[in-house]
Design a binder for this molecule. Structure first.
Ligand SMILES: [Zn+2]
Length: 217
């Protein structure tokens, strides 16, 4: 790995200092734990001790489970520059491109969530469907909710879903039996795709839209 330095400008006192810039993390490294504990992107200003957050383009590689996930926080669908950024990251870190599963994420919470899902050996598309269905139930039970975000997380070996609504947060245990049932109902044949797929709440929304178009009679 290339040890590079990066200049950071403190948000609070404007002091400029250098941090080690790491844009590739392997699952077996300690950095992987830092990432999952949401500490990886934070760095302390040596002058005023303010915690500055620097979320940047990152690759996460898991050879055992044969997947690669990239975080491109400034991703825009139409932006062809992003493909160049990704290829540069792969090339600089000498990563070949031959993985069973490739995923793209656009925010760091989603990035960590995706790692947890794939390392739990779950199909992330099924988890998105699970979250979508549960969200629907919450919106029905609590009509005052306007906006809701959902994340899969693993805490002390136990899997949970966290729903962050504008009115309250909901923590529910991840039900593997329900997951299996959804898997059987909605299983999509896994195809090896050379593209990096963005599987998120927009993907699941379109999935159900298509489903109701096909099923509507
Ligand atoms: Zn400072």
């Amino acid at each position: 790995m290339l040890a590079r330095k990066k200049k950071v400008n403190c948000n609070k006192c404007q002091y400029i200092y250098e941090v080690e810039h790491i844009d590739c993390i392997f699952s077996q490294e300690d950095l992987s734990l830092q990432l999952k504990n949401h500490q990886f992107y934070g760095n302390k200003c040596p002058s005023c001790q303010n915690l500055n957050i620097d979320v940047h383009d990152t690759l996460y590689i898991n050879h055992q489970h044969r997947f690669i996930i990239c975080l491109l926080p400034n991703f825009k669908e139409s932006d062809t520059q992003q493909a160049a950024i990704l290829n540069k990251l792969l090339l600089e870190n000498k990563i070949d491109n031959d993985f069973d599963l490739k995923r793209l994420t656009v925010d760091h919470l989603q990035f960590v969530e995706k790692i947890n899902i794939l390392e739990s050996e779950l199909d992330d598309r099924i988890v998105e469907i699970y979250k979508y269905l549960y969200k629907g139930k919450l919106l029905k039970d609590y009509p005052d909710i306007n906006k809701i975000l959902a994340y899969y997380t693993v805490d002390q070996q136990k899997a949970h879903l966290i729903f962050i609504a504008d009115t309250a947060d909901f923590h529910v245990e991840f039900d593997k039996q329900l997951y299996d049932q959804i898997y059987n109902d909605f299983h999509i044949v896994l195809t090896k795709d050379d593209d990096y797929l963005l599987i998120d709440d927009e993907w699941v929304r379109l999935f159900f839209e298509k489903l109701s178009d096909n099923g509507g009679n």
